[in-house]
Write a protein that binds this ligand. Structure first.
Ligand code: ADP
Length: 175
């Protein structure tokens, strides 16, 4: 039987834990020999979406491009793992409707926790007004209404969150 692909779409605020969990899930899947590809928002922006900014229109374009690539992978039996803030609900819903096996994973932590982590120092810059349109501070984040998985990263460890995702894939028959 052909391996079923999927799109694991990790959405959430900056520093919520998307990259960390995406890498953990990728590692877990690779260990079990599942073909996997990681599409990280920051890296995508330096290649596929170079030149795009952070207006709503550009953010939506960025998300659609990532979705397009992820779907090529998914329909060819690869588990595509996407880590991207992807703040707007409508375009995420659009992808859910138009792609193969789209699994929405809300990487959730309160803004105050994300801000205290400030992995890339961006919240501090946003607070000083050095970065405009910063999600959570000066730009909206629209929470998923009905995600397949919610990882609460302020309440569970990285390992627990990674296992939560892998367990979902098991119970749904993807792995
Ligand atoms: P994002 O990709 O969402 O911007 P990162 O993964 O780069 O976030 O950073 C998340 C930070 O939070 C890391 O320093 C990570 O070690 C920490 N962290 C603490 N608990 C968790 C958890 N349960 N899941 C993911 N990250 C966590």
């Amino acid at each position: 039987m052909k391996q079923q692909g999927a799109i694991l779409w990790l959405t959430g605020l900056s520093s919520a834990g998307k990259t960390t969990i995406a890498q953990g899930v990728a590692e877990g899947l690779q260990k079990r020999n599942y073909p996997t590809e990681l599409l990280d928002g920051d890296i995508v922006r330096t290649h596929l979406s170079q030149g795009l900014g952070f207006s709503k229109q550009d953010r939506d374009t960025n998300v659609r491009r990532i979705g397009f690539v992820a779907n090529l992978l998914s329909r060819n039996g690869i588990i595509a793992i996407v880590a991207a803030i992807s703040p707007y609900r409508q375009v995420r819903e659009e992808l859910k409707q138009t792609t193969t096996n789209f699994i929405e994973i809300y990487i959730q932590a309160p803004l105050a926790i994300c801000e205290s982590r400030d992995v890339k120092g961006l919240y501090a810059k946003a607070r000083k007004g050095e970065i405009k349109n910063f999600t959570g501070i000066s730009d909206p984040y629209e929470e998923p209404i009905n995600p397949e998985i919610i990882c609460q990263t302020d309440q569970f460890t990285v390992e627990q969150c990674v296992n939560q995702v892998l367990h979902y894939l098991e119970t749904q028959g993807f792995i």
